[in-house]
Design a protein around this ligand. Structure first.
Ligand SMILES: [Ca+2]
Length: 483
């Protein structure tokens, strides 16, 4: 053997030894299942809003068996930035583009929850809605592999769709290939009695012959059940990370026969009931496989609901509970999310946490659980593992967080929230308005005594406005916010 060959052989042996060590280490780790609802409001699950009209027995049971976070926030107020922040542990405003039509939004080689766990010996799988773009943007070539999607960003397998269930073209992607090209056409749809972006709303466009709107959510749940059934018993192989990005209760609201009954309430609550039952099916699959005890389950949602004040009056249900605003808004209803974590024997049952956390923190949390935070990546992610395991009660996970982007960047610090403009910033009208004579230029709320954001203290607490404005500038001009 030449010196060079010996060196190669030694390096190959070391790589194998490292891989074996990673696998051995990973074998002791829990499986991680992340269930992400789409557009579910803080006030939908009854465990967060006892007045909810949506039947959510499975989400409630998950909460009763684990920890509920009452001050958890998505990284954005709409699908794309929220998902970007969740998977990368990085504020979406740091990215040049948040438009999936222009290409793959997560840069090649960026750390994601999936790439981190894969490199630490986990099997990684995603099922459902990606919405973070592919190379080539909206110019899909159905004859070629889709690059820059889940399988190029850490997931070993993927079954799902490119964006929301109301955005054409409509087709499934398996790993990096389309299962059937969208060669047919589907007309636009909506539901009388609801606004144009509620009900069974979808846009007209190309659709694949194997893609039926009402079958999409049940198909994803079945794929997840099959994946879990194939996994091995604890200690017998690789642990897995499974990300189920549901397409609901986002539009189109399409409850199947089983949920279309008056006892389930209106169309929306019927659809939420089906989402809840889908969560129940995933939990039942873990039970059947004997994996529930060794699996950390997260449940949350990507942003607030499309639910207007008129709907609250008409249906007696507030999809955001007592929070102000809706999807897209920088008010709490747009981004405060129901977050639940269950890990039997490790997380105390029926626990509640009032800690400020952001879904961006999921990456650091699973990183700490599986061997510590990497040096690079996860720029804005703070681990809430100590909170989950009640190791450091009273020690804050994070003291501040940024939301939005550009000149609209808002900051939360402690109980205070500064919005540097007037209006919702999103779907509630007006989204933005100029101050009238003598009116303050922005909004400042104390969420501890005013969670509904009804008393604007911008004019009376100028000291805080200045301090928080300076801090926003400081935080946004550094490349990372975690140490
Ligand atoms: Ca969404």
């Amino acid at each position: 053997m030449t010196g060079q060959n010996r060196d190669l052989a030694r390096r190959a042996f070391l790589s194998l030894a490292l891989l074996a060590a990673a696998a051995a280490c990973a074998a002791d780790k829990p499986n991680i299942v992340l269930i992400f609802a789409d557009d579910m409001g803080y006030g939908d699950p009854r465990c967060f809003n006892p007045q909810s009209k949506c039947p959510t027995p499975n989400i409630d049971r998950l909460a009763a068996q684990g920890m509920r976070f009452t001050d958890a926030h998505s990284a954005g107020t709409t699908c794309v930035p929220s998902r970007y922040g969740l998977l990368t542990g990085r504020y979406p405003f740091r990215n040049a583009s948040m438009t999936p039509n222009t290409g793959s939004l997560i840069a090649p080689g960026s750390l994601t929850i999936a790439s981190l766990l894969r490199d630490r010996g986990y099997a990684t799988a995603m099922v459902g809605k990606w919405h973070l773009g592919f190379e080539g943007g909206k110019d899909f070539d159905y004859s070629k592999p889709f690059r820059g999607g889940p399988v190029d960003r850490g997931f070993e397998t993927f079954f799902g769709q490119h964006a929301s269930l109301d955005i054409p073209p409509y087709f499934y992607i398996e790993n990096d290939r389309c299962t059937a090209a969208p060669v047919e056409k589907i007309a636009a749809n909506n539901t009388p009695g609801w606004s144009p972006i509620q009900g069974a709303f979808w846009r007209a466009g190309p659709v694949a012959p194997d893609f039926k709107m009402e079958n999409v959510l049940p198909t994803y749940v079945r794929k997840v059940e099959q994946y879990i059934a194939r996994r091995q018993k604890p200690g017998q192989g690789k642990p897995f990370f499974l990300y189920l990005a549901m397409t609901a209760p986002h539009t189109p609201w399409l409850p199947t026969e089983q949920f279309r009954s008056a006892s389930m309430g209106n169309l929306y609550s019927q659809w939420v009931a089906q989402v809840d039952a889908s969560v129940g099916q995933v939990l039942a699959a873990l039970d059947r496989a004997g994996l529930a005890d060794n699996t950390l389950v997260f449940f949350s949602s990507d942003n607030g609901p499309v639910w207007y004040p008129e709907d609250v009056k008409k249906y007696g249900h507030s999809s955001t509970g007592e929070l102000r605003g809706m999807k897209g808004d920088v008010w709490e209803g747009g981004h405060r999310m129901p977050l639940i974590a269950r890990w039997p024997g490790r997380i105390k049952p029926d626990a509640a946490s009032r800690q400020l956390v952001c879904l961006i923190d999921t990456l650091a949390t699973v990183a700490e659980l599986t061997g510590g935070l990497p040096k690079d990546g996860a720029e804005d992610s703070f681990s809430f593992l100590p909170e989950l395991l009640a190791r450091k009660a009273n020690s804050p996970v994070r003291t501040e967080m940024l939301l939005g982007g550009g000149k609209n960047l808002c900051i939360r610090q402690g109980d205070w929230k500064l919005i540097p403009f007037l209006g919702s910033g999103g779907f509630s009208r007006p989204s933005r308005r100029k101050p009238g004579p003598g009116e303050p230029a922005g909004q400042l709320y104390n969420l501890a005594d005013d969670p509904g954001e009804t008393r604007n203290l911008y004019a009376v607490r100028r000291d805080l406005v200045e301090k928080l404005t300076a801090r926003t500038r400081e935080l946004s001009s550094t490349p990372r916010s975690r140490p």
